[in-house]
Ligand binder design. Sequence first.
Ligand SMILES: Cc1cc2nc3c(=O)[nH]c(=O)nc-3n(C[C@H](O)[C@H](O)[C@H](O)COP(=O)(O)OP(=O)(O)OC[C@H]3O[C@@H](n4cnc5c(N)ncnc54)[C@H](O)[C@@H]3O)c2cc1C
Length: 287
Amino acid sequence: MITEPLDLAVVGAGPCGISVGIAARQLGLRCLLFDKGAVTQAMIEHPTYTTYFSGPEKLELGGVPFTTAGDKPSRREALRYYRKVVGFFGISVRQYEEVVEVHGHHPDFLVRTRTLHGESRQYRARNVVIATGYYHTPRRLEVPGGELPKVQHYFKEPFFYFDQDLVVVGGGNSATDAALTCWREGARVTLVHLLDDLDKGVKPWVRPDIDHRIAEGSIPALWRHRVAEVRPRQVVVEELGTGVLRTLDNDWVLAMTGYVPDTPFLTALGVQVDPHTGIPTHDPGTM
Ligand SMILES: Cc1cc2nc3c(=O)[nH]c(=O)nc-3n(C[C@H](O)[C@H](O)[C@H](O)COP(=O)(O)OP(=O)(O)OC[C@H]3O[C@@H](n4cnc5c(N)ncnc54)[C@H](O)[C@@H]3O)c2cc1C
């Protein structure tokens, strides 16, 4: 138990948490960051060969220049950069220490944590920042069989799917990257998407590639379809509007259906969250 209160406890050591840590450091505040994993744990879990769509100048923190070999940062370059930044500013991070509860009110919060080894700790803090991102709470397929282990919400490596029948669900960057990378490594990929086209935000340099693969039939796309059922060796898809069902041979489902903020964590702290938008109550003047 730390008896002297922190000025600031920051939950999450992703880019946003680190950014808060830099500002606190520059103001001379007693600040501690907590992460249930390593620094930038969520980005570590991004696909191994990710190239971010933001240029390096958009990802810079604290004015520390981020130079990259190409126009866009690779995941590896970004992970290395954020570690340099944490070291450069001397930000204190308790890695592998999950915040399990926060009680109290400004200026007297009690922050309870649990370490990787199961040890419970608690800290007093005048202020708490929640910077937990959303990557750890996937939007699950709420269909029969959606809980089977072959249904995965995280794409890491394409090599698992060689010579396998793979359904990729979704039409955004994660889905297109997964579909293309797995197809290149020998998976038989079918893309299933609710809409009749890919999302507008698909990276512009990826768009011609995926468009060509779909047009030539290398990656068949089932537009206006949803996964209706997952079976051990098959997937049943339904065409929206007509209700026509099709059964596909299937080994794996990569459900690239997005992630949602951990609202139960926020509401347990007493923060009100709009049930429709997921936006927490906040001061628009300072947000
Ligand atoms: C493949 C992919 C590519 C992306 N490309 C871009 C891009 O090009 N540009 C862009 O702006 N965004 C991109 N994003 C989104 C990007 O991940 C976020 O913008 C960024 O990571 C958000 O930072 P954050 O600090 O808010 O959250 P995160 O990076 O998610 O960090 C949250 C941290 O909180 C920790 N945490 C969570 N709960 C607790 C707890 N209870 N106790 C302690 N620690 C906890 C987690 O371990 C994690 O380290 C991409 C996302 C994906 C999946």
